[in-house]
Design a protein. Structure first.
Length: 385
């Protein structure tokens, strides 16, 4: 039977000890906001101002129209004009441009005669992400220009042939329209910032729980606690509940800043986010308890939490899509609670998903949380005994 008064005293002791030093008060709440700002502003995979070099080997009206199409795109900027392959290579070697658009000689002649013609794209592949995005932009612009130019030529030729006749022939016209769901503007910020919630919640609860317990060992007060009437269950709850609350406060700060500062859409239920966060904290708090049982000093605890956090973070799908990883790694990620929580948070933010959709990852979180916390608690109690 847990004594509420003893439990309350342990919790009050933890808060008093954690908030006693001004530096500690700053460390509890400033790093999460700094991490949000860094990921929100600095970590951005969008390419809104791609630099291109223009190599016009045709110098015709149609090649000028194609250049105007590039400049009007708003995403690609003609940063240099080249007149030779050597100049184009020098720009790519010095990373001054992302792609060189080379209009081959005879471009307008072949286009007017209906012959196959080509535009060469020389892409700087040193940064694969930028290269892929800029290449897609350029390919899309050239394709759209070719479709419009071909359509105009076909309509003009057809009108010339049918001019003496009163018969009007309907030409087929197919319009392709695409619609992006959940992130219409395709902003990488909307993808990364919800993952920061998971990252911060795990870091704070895992590290603070492990450090608080190991600190008692390091300064020699754990033995004093063991000879008091405090029971192991009361000690475990008193050491984990305060930092669970700190983690929830940090999560609230990050979510509020994400909504107000970065205007990240939140379409789901705040209550469901809190419930899922509690399920996830069962795993992170349990992992913190486990670290405290295998560490003798705070330095060891910090290094161990880093070794646990890094694989969980990398195999969660936060940055790298899991479907692009080897199949063996994808199966290994099924044992990672962070993976399920990231799916839940992104589903709540961007899709407005409910329990009917999120119940499988919620069930996985509950199973992992109960299992990890139970095993870690049993190990911790054994150490106390």
């Amino acid at each position: 039977m847990i004594n509420r008064e003893r439990l309350f005293e342990i919790i009050r002791k933890e808060y008093r000890q954690a908030l006693r030093e001004p530096r500690m008060r700053v460390m509890l709440f400033l790093p999460p906001l700094m991490q949000l700002l860094i990921f929100g502003f600095a970590v951005n995979l969008d390419v809104d101002h791609g630099q291109i070099a223009w190599f016009d080997g045709d110098h015709s009206y149609q090649s000028g129209e194609l250049r105007s199409a590039f400049e009007a795109s708003g995403r690609l900027h003609v940063a240099a004009i080249t007149n030779s392959d050597r100049e184009s290579q020098a720009l790519l070697d010095s990373n001054k441009v992302d792609v060189v658009v080379h209009v081959l000689p005879g471009f307008e002649r072949d286009l007017l005669r209906g012959r196959p013609t080509a535009v060469q794209l020389l892409v700087n592949g040193s940064n694969s992400n930028i290269a892929s995005i800029v290449s897609n932009y350029a390919t899309s612009i050239v394709g759209r220009f070719a479709a419009e130019a071909t359509g105009d030529l076909n309509r003009s030729h057809l009108a010339a042939r049918m001019a003496p006749s009163a018969v009007h022939v309907a030409t087929p016209n197919v319009t392709l329209q695409s619609r992006v769901w959940f992130n219409p503007e395709l902003k990488s910020r909307n993808y990364f910032v919800p993952g920061i919630v998971v990252n911060i919640l795990m870091q704070m609860t895992l590290m603070l729980t492990a450090m608080a317990l190991v600190r008692e060992k390091e300064i020699g007060t754990m033995e004093q606690l063991m000879v008091t009437p405090i029971r192991p269950a009361e000690l475990i709850l008193g050491k984990t509940l305060p930092f669970a609350l700190v983690g929830m406060v940090d999560m609230g700060l990050v979510v509020t800043a994400a909504l107000l500062l970065f205007h990240i859409p939140f379409l789901g239920s705040a209550a469901l986010l809190i419930v899922c966060s509690i399920l996830f904290m069962l795993s992170s708090l349990g992992a913190g308890l486990f670290v405290s049982t295998i560490s003798r000093t705070q330095q060891q605890a910090m290094m161990t939490t880093f070794l646990i956090f890094q694989p969980f973070f990398l195999l969660s799908g936060f940055t790298f899509p899991l479907r692009n990883m080897p199949m063996s790694i994808q199966y290994l990620s099924l044992l990672n609670p962070v993976r399920y929580f990231i799916d839940i948070v992104r589903g709540l933010f961007l899709k407005g998903s409910g329990v009917d959709v999120l119940w499988p990852p919620m069930l996985a979180l509950a199973v992992f949380g109960v299992s990890i916390l139970t095993l870690s608690t049993l190990r911790f109690r054994k150490r106390l005994d």
